[in-house]
Design a protein. Sequence first.
Length: 181
Amino acid sequence: MSRTQVAARLRDVRPGPGVRIPRVRGRSRGCVGVKAEGVVELLIPARPEYLQLVRTVIGETAAVDLGLDAERIADLRLAVSEAVTNAIEAQVMSGVDDRVVVRCNLAAEQIEIEVTDRGEGFDPDGVRALPDVESPERLEYESGLGLSLMRRLADETTLETSVDGTAVRLVVRFSGTTDET
């Protein structure tokens, strides 16, 4: 898909029902752009109202000639939602007034999403161990599903974190291209 085709498709993306994109001086504070062939970048304010926009853009981008079925696209949207929710929460808790960056790289065999925030970062090894997502005991916990869901829904999940922020990288491979043999 050409850069022009992706840009044309993204111009038609609208947030879901009930989602209002705030405007500043007649323009949205968020930004969606096609950076290069196969790369889509979103710069969004650290506010939960933008989650639906991110889900829509990523889902539509993955659906356009990439071979992902509806279930796989739903998994991708949920994993990205978790990463963006964590990024927004990290920035709000750190008092950082900066945009969250969501970068989508499309390749012949996979889609790679990177979500970057400027929060204080965290120690992934320090995250408390919780029961498995499918375990009934898991219902006793109100939070902490994000990393587990991302790891379960994406083929690859990596985190890089420091005092300057966190970058979460999610990779979803297309049909017939797995590391399993």
